[in-house]
Ligand binder design. Structure first.
Ligand code: FES
Length: 95
């Protein structure tokens, strides 16, 4: 995706190579984590972003969008994190 399509403090859900992702820009840094909740596999793209975290719409688990770490239960397993590279105007994610 184009870097300019991802504004500061926002997240975008994306399907890439059969993997559902969330791409976020926080503090100028772009990160990519799995877009599927580790609790009951809900689409986190339907959730909401609060500062540096995504909150699951179903049972309100929260995950750090940069590290994938669980910040609020009931989920106990972190989101998978993916490597990101920016070249010029393009964001690449390694899946
Ligand atoms: S499915 Fe996400 S918290 Fe339960």
């Amino acid at each position: 995706m184009k870097s300019s399509e991802l504004s500061e403090g926002s997240m975008v859900p994306l399907d890439l190579g059969g993997t559902h992702l969330l791409i976020a820009r926080i503090g100028g840094e772009v990160s990519a984590v799995s877009g599927t909740c580790t609790h009951e596999e809900t689409d986190l793209g339907l959730g909401f972003m609060m500062e540096d975290r995504v909150v699951c719409p179903l049972h309100l688990s929260a995950f750090d969008l940069r590290s994938g770490e669980v910040l609020n239960p009931p989920a106990t397993q972190p989101l998978q994190r993916f490597n990101v590279k920016i070249e010029g105007e393009t964001i690449f994610v390694e899946v």
